[in-house]
Design a protein around this ligand. Structure first.
Ligand code: UD1
Ligand code: CA
Length: 477
């Protein structure tokens, strides 16, 4: 990364608009991409810029539409970041939004440059900001706009080149010739503060939309320039939910490329969704159709099978999560195996080399190292000791309709299939519970427990109970 910038700088994020084209009631900047509002991605870049490039850069967010919701969000999530808020009373256009900022920013003339970003361009990066800054400062321009070429420029302002500079023409005001231009305005700019202030005063709303256009600051004959960026889609503003889906995929892919460069092996980028907040160590492999969210940490050598969904999970080294498993808020120690079709709920803590098999649900329970719950069981509010084997169809009856109670099972036990424990209850170490038992009293260490009706067999009596359908009666008689 290039060196720090000495100039005083403001970063202004325009986010007051209504976002009508999204057709949802949430303010557009707060609509999530994966689980984070798109505004967060823009703020990440601004905060990085302040951290690495311009110490004390002012970051201002222009709010207007649903401003109370926007302010509450920023207050809750960015309280310690000291963000400046600009209030735009009426959404009269992008120039009016900037005008509001200039009026409300204390000591605004002391800043040399003002960057303008949009709350709906989440893939804006530090490199984009650096490149437009280096253009304005090295060529001593008054304003620089970031441009891209797109196959479908509909809806965007077009960059019209003149013998003396350039101007930006909005879609609504463009004639057929201008509409053919594929070089478009991304809405990312840097201005010299004095130039911006002088221009803004003079901008009128004499156009088809009757809005005050910030783009009117770019006129032929002025000392303004453009920086063209490849990979244009990164800088296209999101106006519709379809564009949101496309950007979401691009952000995901950017993240998967980063992880794969660090040694994480993916079968299929296209069907794998991993939030940027997730950490995966090298040597792990992720199968197709996997979603991994939140503060998940996956250590080296793990595999996550097809159709798994992980959220806020910690996997230690060499854990295998087999297909169709849903894991949330849980911890799995090294070399344990989970799934296929396992459901681990918050508070599940699985010991090393333990095994949780198919159709097993575990909630708020510790499964000791080497223990096994292999088939069709529910374990809730329980502590299961090391190397205990739980058979098929085991249930902790942990809920009495009002409260949850704890089941404790010691080390090296054998719990037969189709057993229920009625909590609160405690089974000691080295115990044996016979199949089909309902355990509701404590079992001391080394004890054998059985609770089921004794079997009686009556010869030739079955026919009294076997019901035969009418139409079949004569056939077998
Ligand atoms: C704007 C540009 C267009 C460019 C496009 C890129 C203008 C006049 N046009 O068009 O040239 O190609 O962005 O995405 O600037 N906003 C406010 N207050 C307002 C109006 C808008 O804060 O009164 C904010 C919006 O919340 C949004 C940003 O400014 O974050 C851009 O506004 P939007 O209405 O999306 O502009 P576009 O029509 O996309
Ligand atoms: Ca837009």
């Amino acid at each position: 990364m290039s060196k720090e910038i000495a100039d005083k700088i403001c970063l202004v994020i325009l986010a007051a608009g209504q976002g009508t084209r999204m057709k949802v009631s949430t303010p557009k900047p707060l609509i999530p991409i994966m689980n984070r509002p798109m505004l967060d991605y823009v703020l990440d870049t601004c905060l990085d810029f302040r951290r690495h490039k311009v110490k004390n850069a002012l970051i201002s967010l222009v709010v207007g539409h649903q401003s109370e919701v926007m302010k509450a969000y920023v207050d809750q999530h960015y309280h310690s970041e000291n963000l400046h808020i600009t209030m735009q009373q009426k959404q009269l256009g992008t120039a009016d939004a900037v005008k509001s900022f200039l009026a409300q920013c204390p000591d605004v003339m002391s800043y040399k440059y003002i960057f303008i970003l949009s709350g709906d361009v989440p893939m804006v990066s530090l490199e984009h900001l650096e490149k437009i800054y280096s253009e304005i400062s090295s060529r001593h321009l008054k304003a620089v706009v970031a441009t891209v070429i797109t196959e479908n420029p509909t809806g965007y302002g077009r960059i019209q080149l003149h013998s003396t500079g350039l101007s930006i023409v909005e879609e609504k005001d463009a004639d057929a010739e201008v509409k053919k231009i594929t070089s478009i305005n991304t809405g990312l700019y840097v201005f010299e503060t004095k130039y911006l202030k002088d221009c803004i005063e003079k901008i009128s709303n004499n156009n088809k939309s009757h809005e005050f256009y910030l783009t009117d600051t770019f006129q032929s004959g002025r000392e303004v320039g453009a920086v063209h960026f490849d990979h244009g889609e990164d800088l296209l503003g999101i106006n519709t939910l379809e564009q949101l889906e496309q950007t979401s995929k691009r952000i995901n892919r950017r993240n998967l490329l980063k992880l794969s460069a660090q040694g994480v092996r993916f079968w299929d980028f296209a069907s794998t969704f991993i939030e940027p907040s997730v950490a995966i160590a090298s040597g792990s492999v992720i199968y197709p159709n996997v979603i991994i969210e939140g503060q998940t940490k996956i250590a080296a050598g793990c595999s996550v099978g097809p159709f798994c969904h992980l959220k806020n999970v910690e996997l230690a080294e060499d854990v295998q999560v087999k297909s169709h498993s849903m894991l949330e808020g849980c911890k799995i120690a090294s070399r344990a195996e989970v799934g296929p079709f396992a459901r681990l709920r918050p508070g599940a803590d699985i010991g090393s080399k333990a095994k949780v098999g198919n159709f097993v649900e575990i909630k708020k329970s510790t499964i000791g190292p080497g223990a096994k719950v292999s088939h069709l069981s529910y374990v809730g509010d329980a502590i299961v000791g090391d190397n205990t084997n739980i058979g098929c169809g085991f249930i902790t009856c942990n809920y009495d309709g009002v409260e949850k109670h704890v089941t404790k099972i010691g080390k090296n036990c054998f719990i037969g299939s189709d057993t229920q424990t009625i909590a609160p209850v405690e089974i000691g170490d080295n115990c044996f519970v016979a199949s089909g038992s309902t355990i509701n009293t404590p079992m001391p260490d080394g004890s054998f427990g059985i609770s089921r009706g004794r079997q009686t067999t009556h010869l030739n009596m079955a026919k009294r109970f076997l019901k035969v359908k009418d139409k079949d009666k004569h056939k077998d008689a």
